[in-house]
Design a binder for this molecule. Structure first.
Ligand code: A3P
Length: 337
């Protein structure tokens, strides 16, 4: 990848670099494009995955410019897999000493987990800027929706840790369908029917899709390097959140000590980050998150927060089709969703 020369410093320390963004925008604009399960047109990356123009360009700029450190931790998910939840759990676990979870003035009271753990391609490498994240203290926490194959090359190269969450594709489909219709209605477009949304999803035409490639990419990385790639299932997290907080803390090298166990710190983190608690916070009820695809009301990241809501929305033939693809694609992988 050609080196870029940053040109101008913004007030927030970000470097403007029109040229590198323009170059990738031109490249992505030459790739196949189609409607998809999104409020936006969906482009096909040369390595076979899909997303809309701006986050794809952001992912490519991050690939060219982001320098990962071994101490970084990157949350990787498909949209609607529980990203907001795992960001909250990771941030509150990592920062539990400076921000005790029961203190009453935890950062989540005023800012969303998306401000605490930012997306590389939706929040940091956007608006022609090269963010000055070199000044951030260790350990730095980031997030991404890009597949393993298109992670910034310095991420696997640095040996930094990756936390992946996967979720039942049928629940992701319903959650993405509901969210994309919010964008579409906001932008004066017709909402998608659930059948049209399912067709897009099965064809891989959803942000970060195809779902099956995304999950398998991180699953294989986890199987090859379990000490570097943690692999959680949303459904398991719902079943036993405390066990997952403990595993997460161990994985990131911050296990809970006996005093914390006695003080109930794990349960306090689970409560703080629970759907019920997060939906009641002012930052969720009133705040917005600036993403490259537009400002999103923080309450859009919370809907039902349950396993199996697909049963209320998907026709039986759609369910059968998705289950058949999942069975065929995951059959020899050892992965069960
Ligand atoms: P539903 O639409 O099925 O309710 P993401 O954060 O990746 O955008 O995922 C959003 C999904 O996670 C939504 O699913 C949302 O309700 C659910 N979610 C958000 N916060 C959660 C929490 N604290 N616990 C469980 N689920 C949560």
């Amino acid at each position: 990848m050609a080196q870029y020369m940053p040109s101008r410093e913004h007030e927030d320390g970000a470097e403007a670099n029109q040229e590198v963004y323009q170059r990738f925008t031109n490249l992505v604009s030459s790739w196949p494009v189609s409607p998809g399960l999104s409020g936006f047109q969906i482009y096909r990356h040369e390595s076979g995955w899909y997303t809309s123009l701006a986050p794809m360009v952001g992912a490519m700029v991050a690939d060219a410019c982001f320098t990962a450190r071994p101490s970084d931790i990157v949350v990787a998910t498909l949209p609607k897999s529980g990203t907001t939840w795992i960001k909250a759990l990771l941030y509150s676990t990592m920062h539990r000493k400076e921000h005790p979870v029961d203190s009453g003035d935890h950062p989540f009271n005023s800012v969303s987990p998306h401000e605490c753990v930012k997306f590389l391609e939706y929040q940091l490498y956007t608006a022609s800027r090269i963010p000055d994240i070199g000044r951030l203290p260790d350990p730095r926490l980031f997030a991404t929706h890009v597949p393993f194959v298109s992670l910034p090359r310095s991420v696997p190269g640095s040996g930094c840790k990756i936390v992946y969450v996967c979720r039942d594709p049928k629940d992701i489909l319903v959650s993405q369908w509901k969210l994309s219709n919010k964008f579409r209605i906001r932008d004066g477009l017709e909402p998608l029917s659930v059948e049209a949304a399912a067709d897009f999803f099965c064809d891989g035409l959803s942000p970060g899709g195809p779902y099956w490639d995304h999950v398998l990419g991180y699953w294989r990385a986890h199987m090859a390097h379990p000490e570097r790639v943690l692999f959680f299932r949303y459904e398991d997290m719902i079943r036993d959140p405390a066990a997952h907080v403990s595993k997460l803390a161990e994985f990131v090298g911050r296990p809970f000590d006996a005093g914390e166990e006695d003080a109930g710190t794990v349960d306090a983190i689970v409560r703080l980050c629970s759907f019920e608690n997060m939906t009641g916070l002012g930052a969720t009820k009133e705040g917005k998150t600036e993403l490259v695809v537009g400002a999103v009301e923080n309450n859009w990241f919370f809907r039902r927060g349950m396993v199996g809501d697909w049963e209320n929305h998907l026709p039986p033939e759609t369910t059968r089709k998705i289950d058949a693809i999942t069975h065929a694609r995951f059959r020899d992988s050892g992965l069960h969703v």
